[in-house]
Ligand binder design. Structure first.
Ligand SMILES: NC(=O)c1ccc[n+]([C@@H]2O[C@H](COP(=O)([O-])OP(=O)(O)OC[C@H]3O[C@@H](n4cnc5c(N)ncnc54)[C@H](OP(=O)(O)O)[C@@H]3O)[C@@H](O)[C@H]2O)c1
Length: 422
């Protein structure tokens, strides 16, 4: 380390997104001015070095890198003007905290790390997350049931945040906007993330950010489940598995509001109470009772028009047995494991329909996205949907949250709150 400056390595991306490394000196005056010290691990020493954070964020949210600087507000490192790298490159990259997965496995593979967030490019925005929804799909990606597009990766598929930067030439979004999103790209378990502007929706003032973050993915899923994959109408009888879960709770309420008779399955008496509160006319504790015989009993042997099955392996065959003639099997998840291959002849028995839908395919266009989010927000604002945010965790404790979800200990929605925002 030099006496009056700290020599550090800056990593940037040029306009073609190539990584450029650049050495420069951080003056002692600057560090004094901000009352901070560079973490020695991040200084250059005899050509063994690690990059420091390139910060334009509140230093207080980067305590690992700047452990002695709680009072500073903003800190921006600029590459020196005589550097050959500075002409065509952005001068700042933001470091934030995020959960990262470097290898597939149990909840212990979720690591709390510093990551770079680049500047938004054309058509993109950078968002500082206020709340992040936890979903079972996050567990599938962590375990490798679904394949993540990159490795390592940041999990998370729904959040609400404030726009902190907009890409060049972007109109219609501005810094300070509150926006919500669900689905691709993955990466919401982070203090900040860059998103395509056309994948976010503005958050209406009628819905608070934590509520919205907890239902964007789950609620838009329920929208397509009851309105599009199978259209629920008054007079239908529907069977909803895991009725007290995140999706299940909203699904029972929405189907009830559409005039259906709702039968829900849950694993415990406590969950049964919530399912009844959410509009289930009949609740079956499927750990204690045979749900197929109970459904037959409830429907006078007829069966149901549709089964919404997110449990998969353990319930799938029974779900088929619960359907009436020409009934619809909507298999939209596999919390208990993936379903074995079934012969088409299994459907011929009752001329059944089967679909294995995913939200992404029902929100492919901007219009579809706005319609789904619009109906969801309207139903929350009007009280048709009562959102149970029953569990909140710090983002850094995502592993604990996922473990509890995986162990069936949760009801309703679960949100992660970025540590620095508390
Ligand atoms: N296809 C799509 O577009 C889409 C979108 C969103 C979600 N999903 C799916 O919807 C399902 C629900 O997601 P969520 O985030 O709201 O989770 P969740 O329903 O809150 O949690 C999963 C629930 O599944 C039940 N379950 C039954 N067997 C289980 C087992 N062996 N291990 C763990 N849980 C088991 C548990 O309820 P009980 O204790 O009451 O049995 C548990 O609480 C997931 O399968 C998810 O993949 C699909």
């Amino acid at each position: 380390m030099e006496s009056s400056t700290t020599r550090v390595l800056l990593q940037l991306h040029n306009h073609r997104h190539h990584k450029i490394t650049h050495h420069f000196n951080l003056s002692r005056e600057l560090t004094r001015h901000f009352n901070c010290q560079i973490n020695p691990l991040n200084t250059i020493s005899n050509s063994v070095f690690k990059p420091i954070s390139i910060i334009n964020q509140p230093i207080s949210s980067h305590k690992t890198l700047f452990p002695y600087s709680p009072s500073a507000t903003k800190f921006q490192v600029r590459a020196s003007s005589n550097s050959p790298a500075t002409a065509a490159i952005p001068t700042t990259v933001t470091m934030v905290k995020a959960i990262r997965v470097h290898e597939l496995g149990g909840a212990e593979v979720l690591k709390w790390e510093d990551v770079e967030v680049g500047e938004p490019k054309e058509g993109e925005i950078r968002v500082r997350n206020k709340a992040i929804g936890l979903n079972f799909i996050d567990i599938y990606f962590r375990k490798g049931v679904y394949k993540a597009p990159t490795m390592p990766f940041t999990p998370g598929m729904e959040a609400v945040g404030e726009v902190v930067a907009v890409g060049p030439g972007l109109t219609g979004r501005q810094v300070g906007d509150l926006v919500a999103y669900a689905g691709s790209p993955m990466g919401s378990y982070a203090e900040e993330q860059v998103l395509p502007a056309n994948r976010v929706v503005p958050l209406p003032p009628s819905v608070d950010p934590i509520t919205a973050a907890s239902v964007m993915l789950k609620g838009m899923t329920v929208h397509y489940l009851v309105r599009r994959s199978f259209k629920v109408e008054a007079g239908h009888t529907v069977l909803v598995h895991a009725a007290a879960g995140g999706v299940g709770s909203l699904l029972c309420q929405w189907a009830n509001a559409l005039g259906a008779t709702v039968i829900g399955t849950v694993s415990t008496k406590e969950k049964a109470l919530q399912a009844i509160e959410d509009g289930c006319h009949h609740v079956i504790i499927y750990k204690e009772e045979d749900f197929v015989s109970r459904v037959k009993e409830i429907t006078g042997g007829q069966g149901v028009e549709v089964v919404y099955d997110s449990v998969g392996k353990d319930t799938f065959q029974g779900s088929l047995d619960c359907l009436k003639l020409r009934g619809y099997m909507v298999l939209y998840g596999q919390s208990s494991g993936t379903v074995d291959h079934i012969p088409l002849s299994a459907l011929a028995v009752k001329s059944l329909f089967i679909t294995r839908p995913t939200l992404m395919h029902y929100t492919t266009t901007r219009d579809e996205l706005l319609e789904a989010a619009g109906e969801l927000f309207a139903n929350i604002a009007s009280g048709v949907l009562r959102v149970h945010v029953n569990h909140k965790f710090l983002l850094s404790q995502a592993a604990e949250a996922q473990t509890a979800l995986e162990n069936r200990q949760m009801t309703g929605s679960v949100v992660l709150i970025p540590d620095a925002s508390l």
